[in-house]
Design a protein around this ligand. Structure first.
Ligand SMILES: [Zn+2]
Ligand SMILES: [Zn+2]
Length: 237
């Protein structure tokens, strides 16, 4: 079946995201836009995943717990996990690899934690938008060992992308999909990068604002609409 997806969404826990990127607003907007599956991928944290997963369960929207991890090479990668247990494990690991440094709320905005009623339950004080002390290779190994999938984010961008920072996708990495920005022309990108022909391409919004969440434009063929089927596809199974 065709599943329409947007697997790169930021909640208000990301300092650069709007404060109204709450679990309920994200789920309701995604349902309005006709999406089947979304993923919550805040910078270096999974703090709002559980609340958003619960909202999704109420609305019939499949919500994948995830994280946009910034590796020590300053490469952004989507880490998609099979369940909250593994999402919390990854978050703890990343937390231990945080280089330190406080969020400058006045410059970057607040980093808000919510429950499934959109009530603010806390604020993250450390700056989440920063490179952590985990290599790209280690990230892929770790997430795959948890049964998850890693998709390098916005590879068409000139900053914080695997192509911009490393110049290529290391062939020994167990990576099968690459993410393109919503504004990228897929055919043009394909033509310009014949060396990436073996990789499947996925477009996501990287939404930091509600209106930016994708409509039914990015689709993946799955056996059924479920997290195991989605992860199996992204893991190259
Ligand atoms: Zn990014
Ligand atoms: Zn992002």
């Amino acid at each position: 079946m065709k599943c329409y997806v947007d697997l790169h969404l930021h909640t208000a826990l990301s300092p650069c995201a709007d404060d109204d990127m709450t679990p309920n607003n994200i789920v309701n907007m995604s349902v309005l836009k006709g999406l089947d599956i979304i993923a919550v991928t805040d910078h270096n944290t999974t703090g709002n995943c559980e609340a958003t997963v619960k909202c999704g369960e109420r609305s019939g929207l499949l919500v994948v717990p995830g994280m946009e991890l910034e590796t020590q090479e300053e490469v952004h990668v989507l880490c998609l996990l099979p369940d909250m247990e593994h999402a919390r494990l990854l978050a703890a690991y990343v937390n231990n690899a945080h280089p330190g440094g406080e969020n400058r709320e006045d410059l970057l905005g607040r980093q808000l934690l919510f429950d499934e009623q959109d009530r603010i339950t806390g604020q993250e004080r450390r700056l989440l938008l920063t490179a952590v002390q985990i290599s790209l290779q280690e990230t892929v190994r770790l997430v795959r060992a948890m049964g998850g999938a890693v998709v390098p984010a916005h590879v068409d961008r000139t900053a914080n992308s695997i192509l911009a920072n490393l110049g290529f996708v290391p062939p020994d990495l167990e990576i099968y999909w690459l993410e393109l920005s919503a504004s990228c022309q897929v055919d043009k990108f394909r033509a310009e990068h014949p060396e990436l022909n073996a990789y499947s391409l996925l477009q996501s919004s990287d939404a930091h604002r509600l209106p930016d969440i994708l409509e039914r434009t990015s689709c993946i063929e799955l056996v059924e609409k479920s997290i195991p089927c989605l992860l199996a596809a992204l893991r190259g199974g």
